[in-house]
Write a protein that binds this ligand. Structure first.
Ligand SMILES: [Zn+2]
Length: 212
């Protein structure tokens, strides 16, 4: 599996397009907030001849869901996330205008994701890792054969997700990082919701908030 990153919106949120050798792709956390950002993602998909078959949200904070409606309209995909994020998504209607962001209401999933299991696109299976703390029902998506974790806002290079938003829990976040992320192989590359990628091994050694 390969990862393509598109930083979007004023929060510089990382939207990921995941590809394999099947000519399909998954879109994770579409944060496009204007036509130029929408075009960047769509042009890539078109240029590569890809058909998007899966739309995932790690969690439903405003900066991660701004493009859900666009992806639904372009590719007919409903978002998939954990049901515990539904109240967070409802809240986006109130929060987006506070940040001066245009928000076209996201469609609601037909199927919510469980805490454990996997989702698939093309020839690729992504394992679900339930890691709340930054938000109430945050999921990470792990591809073991490629040693890739799409981590959302749980673990950043040298930092961790904030826990002062509704449904946040600092202790829970620390425990999930220790018990669910730091147990992955050290060479696992973490692609976070903001900023550059890192590895599990690097964070276990250097992260000032949680050491492994
Ligand atoms: Zn967030």
């Amino acid at each position: 599996m390969k990862v393509h990153v598109f930083p979007n919106n004023p929060f510089q949120e990382n939207t990921y397009v995941l590809t394999d050798d099947s000519n399909t792709c998954a879109i994770v956390d579409p944060g496009m907030s204007n036509p130029a950002e929408e075009r960047a993602v769509s042009s890539f998909i078109e240029k590569e001849g890809l058909t998007p078959t899966l739309l995932l949200n790690t969690h439903c904070h405003v900066d991660h869901v701004l493009g859900n409606k666009y992806v639904y309209e372009q590719y007919g995909l409903l978002p998939q996330f954990h049901e515990g994020e539904a109240p967070v998504l409802s809240d986006v209607q109130v929060r987006a205008p506070m940040f001066g962001l245009r928000y076209e209401q996201s469609p609601i999933p037909e199927h919510f994701l469980p805490e454990e299991g996997e989702v698939r696109f093309g020839n690729t299976a992504l394992k679900l890792i339930f890691a709340p703390g930054h938000s109430p029902a945050h999921l990470c998506f792990y591809q073991p054969d490629s040693a890739i974790l799409i981590g959302g806002d749980v673990l950043f290079r040298g930092s961790i997700g904030r826990t002062d938003l509704p449904g946040g829990n600092h202790q829970q976040l620390l425990e999930n990082i220790s018990k669910k992320l730091y147990v992955l192989p050290e060479d696992t590359v973490v692609y976070p919701g903001h900023g550059p990628e890192t590895t599990i091994g690097f964070e276990k050694q250097h992260n000032p908030f949680v050491r492994g």
